[in-house]
Design a protein around this ligand. Sequence first.
Ligand SMILES: NC(=O)c1ccc[n+]([C@@H]2O[C@H](COP(=O)([O-])OP(=O)(O)OC[C@H]3O[C@@H](n4cnc5c(N)ncnc54)[C@H](OP(=O)(O)O)[C@@H]3O)[C@@H](O)[C@H]2O)c1
Length: 251
Amino acid sequence: MHESASDSAVSGPQAGRYTEARGSDMKICIIGASGKLGQYMTQHALDRGYEVVGVCRTQSVPKLERFAERITIVPGPTNDPEVIAQAVRGCDGVLTVLAPWGMDDYASGTAQAVLDHAEPRARLVFSCGWHITRDGKDVYSIKLKALVKIGGFFARLARVVDLDDQVEACNRIFASDSRWTVVRGSDLEEGPSEGVPVWSRHVGDPILQSNRTRRTDFALFMVDAVTNDALVQEAPAIVSRTSPSAQRHAS
Ligand SMILES: NC(=O)c1ccc[n+]([C@@H]2O[C@H](COP(=O)([O-])OP(=O)(O)OC[C@H]3O[C@@H](n4cnc5c(N)ncnc54)[C@H](OP(=O)(O)O)[C@@H]3O)[C@@H](O)[C@H]2O)c1
């Protein structure tokens, strides 16, 4: 894989400019640590020898039991500025799961709390889906457009999920001059790792056509991004490096 200077740059993880990973010197905060993505990120961060602080809702603390001896847990709502301020203090990297749950601006509140309270030089890495666009140049399939429009409408009607708030969260991040990365996940599946995914700037680029990533590798990309300076102020859309579309591009 390579990095190109074109508007639709495609990159493999090796192509980035990596800052020196400082192993156990690195302190990482994972916001939304108890979810599926959060637990994978916690494991990957521990595997790298990082010190980990995890934030999750109080009722979800038992989901982190297997990590209890190895991480610091800060229980509380992730959109609570006081919870976030306490958790991110002294952290070199903050990995945030942006989830559009509920109708009380949970995603944008979470993003804002991280932007307001993270250390000024910290790497901030956020997760979301392909439906988020930074510059409007993404090209979406009819299926994805219908899913976002119809699914989003009914989820909002049922007051369960507010996709617009995830959009608002990302717009605030894009407008920030902090050292952010917004990682846009394709359709996710479970299974063993296939390696760090490859990425492109725009959904619709041929390399992304397969539209599938293992959830553990989404987490791997997020953790990897903390030390990859080439991803600062980028919104990579990712796909499995072993998927047919990535393989076609590689060859
Ligand atoms: N699912 C997909 O197919 C897919 C595809 C592309 C991108 N993504 C992105 O991947 C990330 C992780 O998504 P995921 O589907 O894999 O889920 P996940 O990792 O299980 O994360 C869901 C998060 O939302 C929290 N949550 C659940 N219900 C909540 C509620 N009612 N109020 C507040 N928080 C609540 C969970 O916390 P608790 O542990 O406390 O419940 C957890 O932190 C998201 O950023 C998503 O946009 C997902």
